[in-house]
Design a protein around this ligand. Structure first.
Ligand code: NAP
Length: 482
């Protein structure tokens, strides 16, 4: 344990108690491969105990006035904000992203808590004009119950706060299973939630190296009324199936294959800035990273040259180095995947314009790369790259761009760059995606609904829609009125 990890717990959290176990697993720094902490390796029985605690805590938390819940959430927001630097350092140590990005994620993650603290007060029902003179109709909103959350490693704080803040604001209790790669950030924000006054059992964290066993319990226990999952489409599909027997409500935030379309009439500077921000953030490891950069023939060469130039200003280094803009990939599998996608693309005729090889900084570092002459049938255009690789496809007409962009089972984010307002509307409406950035490369925030269509998932997080996901609507018919 070092100065960065010693500030926050390395034990799991069940019913307000920090829990250790005989078995533990290692959390390492992807920049160096060094172990930075060990956390308890909990299993199915512990997951059941966490559900027991969440079920026991639910009635009192659901009955707590929204305003009182909001005050606790506001304190949680304040405590996270006050610990920005320590949390950012912890995140960089276990996840690898550059410190500046980690600070940004702490603020982004906290913004959901602030938003839902307010939004929880607005879980309004309705009065409905009657159909019968002796009756009156109303609806009320009620928390759905115990929620299970399974979260990924790429946004180790924001993917937790986005779920927990909305669940808690709605009056639900929650059991979170963070990724085995990044449990420390989850435990750190859970500690700050306890410090803020979240009652025991309302927010539980199960750390485990056996995601399947814990996942089985979370998806099969009938007391869990909802599963919220962020991760790959493959695991999302499995969990969807597992939830069928107990008919759980689901939010699934799954993989993407984002198109970023640059038309001939784009502002080149804007398009480069947007592409750099969308593509190279977190070393390309975000679900909304531009995965296919689809560029019109008339601007293709100029865009490529300008992108290669912009990429040369990126600095590959461990995230703790203040100059770093590209940190390591999360693990050896991720590095292998990037290499195999590049070599497959090159073997099918793609051209490397810059990068294209592992970086000398260490085993998990990859050079920021630009590949041109990519075609839509190549693996690199069909799978999530999840690495710092811009892959450029050429197109001729607007109709071609839309066809290529939509030719994927995924539909999370899409981007387009053009100065033509008519085209903005036509293309934004035609894209099969849950979110569209127009002349913008980064758009996620707490007030806007985040989520995908097609095999990128179900439901929305953030915004008013994000609260609704944790509420049931109850219809009350008042009869006998004379
Ligand atoms: P992943 O492999 O699907 O893992 C996500 C979570 O599921 C982790 O906590 C993982 O635990 C757990 N898990 C794995 N196998 C499981 C099983 N059999 N039962 C229950 N849980 C299981 O995804 P990832 O590699 O962490 O994250 C990257 C993916 O997430 C990408 O596809 C990315 O696009 C997607 N993502 C989507 C969004 C969005 O909002 N749409 C946001 C961020 C990321 P362990 O890690 O401990 O194995």
């Amino acid at each position: 344990m070092n100065a960065i990890t010693s500030k926050f717990p390395t034990a799991a959290l069940i019913d307000g108690t920090w829990v250790t176990a005989q078995k533990s697993f290692s959390v390492s720094d992807p920049a160096t491969g060094e172990e930075i902490a060990r956390v308890p390796d909990l299993g199915a029985d512990d997951a059941r105990r966490a559900i027991d605690a969440a079920a026991k805590a639910f009635p009192a938390w659901a009955a707590t006035p929204a305003k009182a819940r909001a005050q606790i959430l506001e304190r949680w927001f304040d405590l996270i904000t006050a610990e920005t630097e320590a949390l950012a350092q912890l995140m960089t140590a276990e996840q690898g992203k550059p410190l500046a990005e980690a600070r940004g994620e702490v603020a982004y993650g906290a913004s959901f808590i602030e938003w839902f603290a307010e939004e929880g007060k607005r879980a309004y029902g309705r009065t409905i004009p009657t159909t019968v003179a002796s009756r009156r109709y109303i609806t009320i909103k009620q928390p759905i119950g115990v929620v299970a959350a399974i979260t990924p490693w790429n946004f180790p704080i924001a993917m937790i706060t986005r779920k927990v803040a909305s669940a808690l604001a709605a009056g639900c209790t929650i059991v979170v299973k963070p990724s085995e790669e990044t449990p420390l950030c989850a435990l750190a924000v859970a500690k700050l939630a306890m410090d803020a006054g979240v009652p025991p059992g309302v927010f539980n964290v199960i750390t485990s190296a056996d995601a399947a066993s814990v996942g089985n319990v979370l998806t099969s226990d009938p007391r869990v009324r909802k599963l919220t999952f962020t991760g790959s489409t493959e695991i999302g599909r499995l969990l969807y199936r597992q939830c069928a027997d107990t008919i759980k409500k689901l939010t699934l935030e799954l993989g993407g294959n984002a198109p970023l379309i640059v038309f001939d009439d784009a502002d080149l500077k804007q398009a480069i800035a947007g592409t750099m921000a969308s593509k190279y953030r977190n070393a390309g490891q975000t679900c909304v990273c531009a995965n296919r950069i689809i560029v019109q023939a008339g601007i293709y060469e100029r865009f490529t040259a300008a992108l290669v130039d912009a990429v040369s200003s990126l600095h590959v280094a461990p995230g703790r180095d203040p100059r770093s803009t590209i940190g390591p990939l999360i693990n050896a599998d991720a590095a292998k995947k990037v290499e195999s996608l590049i070599s497959d693309a090159v073997s099918h005729g793609a051209k490397i314009r810059t990068g294209g090889a592992p970086d000398t900084q260490g085993a998990l570092f990859y050079q920021p790369t630009v590949v041109t002459e990519v075609t839509p049938d190549m693996k690199i255009a069909q799978e999530e790259i999840f690495g710092p690789v811009a892959s450029l496809i050429r197109f001729e007409t607007e109709a071609d761009a839309i066809r290529i962009a939509n030719d994927t089972p995924f539909g999370l984010a899409a981007y387009l760059f053009t100065q033509n307002i008519g085209r903005v509307w036509r293309v934004a409406e035609a894209l099969e995606s849950g979110m569209v950035g127009v002349n913008e490369g980064v758009f996620s925030n707490e007030v806007a609904p985040f989520g995908g269509v097609k095999q990128s998932g179900l439901g929305r997080e953030g915004a008013a829609e994000g609260l609704e996901e944790y509420l049931e609507t109850k219809f009350i018919c008042l009869g006998g009125i004379s």
